[in-house]
Ligand binder design. Structure first.
Ligand code: ADP
Ligand code: MG
Length: 245
């Protein structure tokens, strides 16, 4: 049985404008993310990977083209629908973690849920939300750091916290933009192993954005960013180092 497509992009164009000069970045991107798979989007620095991720996450709008999530067109949806999409349907992790420095690990995991609910809704469910946040920290092996602030954590621990935060709403898809880009090789491998475990155990669909061919080679499917378009790189050597040992 063929797996459904969770996220797809069709004919995506995006340019930036600097001093009245148009800088085309994406020039007709087509891509499908299949449920339960790790899809790598690989390309050199500046090739437009983060630009594409922002469009897939509805953090920005394409000049032309469409983004569909589980069959629903999302790029031109209402603001509240796009907020709900980002807050509930997908999870996002970044190279620099984007944690709030004054909050503990647990509070960082809780924060988006607190913000996305009404005060009354959060108040009546706060115990359940807290238990879920603790369970997510435990899932990423970090419950013992629940009270630590980001400045008291290593890069790997901060990324684990960001992953726990992204998992709070049980997302259908995780967008990861260079999630190991700021980590040493060994710590990066541990994060990749954790993502592989989430993919295998929870069937989490993952979009892995990377400039690193060796990381992309561990994905189920790989697309290469080339001249503003994505080319299927099916001839990759799929030894799957991403697979959890
Ligand atoms: P990647 O993530 O693959 O390194 P980006 O998507 O960040 O690439 O950037 C692609 C190109 O678009 C780069 O040339 C970059 O300088 C340019 N760019 C990115 N964001 C902006 C912006 N907000 N304004 C102008 N140019 C931008
Ligand atoms: Mg980038």
């Amino acid at each position: 049985m063929t797996q459904p497509t969770v996220l797809s992009a069709r004919g995506i164009y995006k340019s930036y404008h600097k001093d009245k000069i148009e800088v085309p970045v994406l020039r007709g991107v087509d891509v499908d993310m299949t449920a339960g798979l790790v899809t790598a989007l690989v390309g050199r620095s500046g090739s437009g990977k983060s630009t594409l991720m922002h469009l897939l996450a509805t953090l920005d709008r394409p000049d032309a083209g469409e983004v569909h999530f589980c069959g629903e067109r999302i790029d031109n949806a209402t603001r509240s629908r796009r907020d709900a999409y980002r807050n509930h349907d997908i999870g996002i992790i970044f190279q620099f973690y984007h944690l709030l420095p004054e909050l503990s690990a647990l509070e960082n995991v809780l924060a988006p849920t607190m913000i996305s609910r009404s005060v009354w809704n959060y108040f009546t469910h706060r115990k359940e939300v807290r238990l879920r946040a603790e369970a997510m920290l435990d899932r990423v092996g970090l419950l013992h750091r629940a009270k630590h602030k980001p400045c008291e954590m290593s890069g790997g621990e901060m990324q684990r916290t960001a992953i726990a935060r992204a998992l709070m709403t049980d997302p259908k898809l995780l967008l990861a933009d260079e999630p190991t880009g700021n980590l040493d090789t060994e710590t990066g491998q541990e994060i990749l192993k954790l993502l592989a475990q989430l993919n295998q155990d929870d069937n989490l669909t993952i979009v892995m954005i990377t400039h690193d061919d060796s990381i992309a080679a561990g994905a189920d499917i790989c697309h290469r960013m080339q001249d503003g378009m994505l080319e299927s790189a099916a001839n990759f050597n799929f030894e799957r180092p991403l697979v959890a040992a």
